[in-house]
Design a protein around this ligand. Structure first.
Ligand code: 4AZ
Length: 254
């Protein structure tokens, strides 16, 4: 991985330089995804299995984009999706194992190239746990309000703090809806959160001077709602799964 701890410094209110660490996928719903190696993008399974089956030839990945309707040929890298790997144990009923990998390919057959606006993110060592209260960043093009209609035109980012399992399984929060493969995060005053359309996007946390991908935006009851944190796929439970898929020759070669 190659993600130094660059703190996002939004140029304008709605735009985020955190987008430089991330990439953007156009279908089935606009969302931000995390690039875990130059050929692989890590995202959420439920982005693909809600509703109709996804056909990979209908998917595109755009790296380095920070505005939905603006194409900047100098910054952007475009890809088709060669493979879509949805976790075999993904459970649509409770979003357990909400994780997927996309293998990307450019028109000349290559993978992503490191640039000022696109780079890979570090995966934390298996089963690493950060303490409750640890601050992490999330980003996406999702709704600004749960009952809103329009997705954000610009990539946005915000900060949330990790919650302990005992907090998040309280009766007022998610009780037994939380599995071992999920991690909760929220803002202490419930003022900011991930929302619909942010799914599949990254939650990155800074440790030892680098940004690590600790979570994938997965679900939550409402957005920025009191006692209803955002729920993220616990990426550190999938190191082996990621390693097997991205290294197996029969899978990586197709
Ligand atoms: C969604 O539907 C969604 N507040 C994602 C995150 C959250 C809620 C909904 C968390 O994609």
């Amino acid at each position: 991985c190659s993600t130094p701890a660059v703190k996002p410094t939004p140029a304008v209110d709605t735009e985020s330089t955190l987008g430089s660490l991330l990439s953007f996928i156009s279908a089935p719903v606009s969302s931000v995804v995390a690039l875990s190696s130059p050929c692989w993008v890590l995202t959420a399974a439920h982005c693909f299995v809600d509703g109709e089956a996804t056909i990979t030839r209908h998917l595109s990945v755009y790296l380095g984009r920070t505005a939905i309707n603006e194409t900047d040929a100098d910054r952007q890298q475009n890809f088709t999706v060669e493979k879509l790997i949805i976790h075999q144990q993904y459970d649509d009923s409770n979003y357990n194992n909400d994780i997927a990998l996309l293998k990307i390919k450019s028109s000349n057959g290559g993978c992503a190239v490191r640039s000022a606006s696109a780079r890979t993110v570090c995966l934390p060592p298996a089963h690493t746990q950060l303490p409750a209260g640890f601050q992490c960043s999330i980003a996406g093009f999702g709704l600004e309000r749960y009952f809103g209609k329009r997705y954000s035109q610009y990539l946005k980012e915000t900060e949330v703090k990790l919650l302990s399992k005992s907090d998040c399984t309280r009766k007022s929060q998610y009780e037994d809806r939380l599995t071992e493969n999920m991690i909760c995060a929220a803002s202490p005053d419930w003022s900011t959160d991930a929302c619909k359309g942010d799914s599949g996007g990254p939650m990155v946390c800074e440790a030892s001077g680098r940004m690590f991908l600790f979570g994938v935006v997965s679900w939550g009851e409402g957005c920025a709602k009191r006692n209803k944190p955002g729920v993220y796929t616990r990426v550190t439970n999938y190191n082996k799964w990621i390693a097997v898929i991205t290294r197996l020759p029969e899978i990586t070669k197709g």
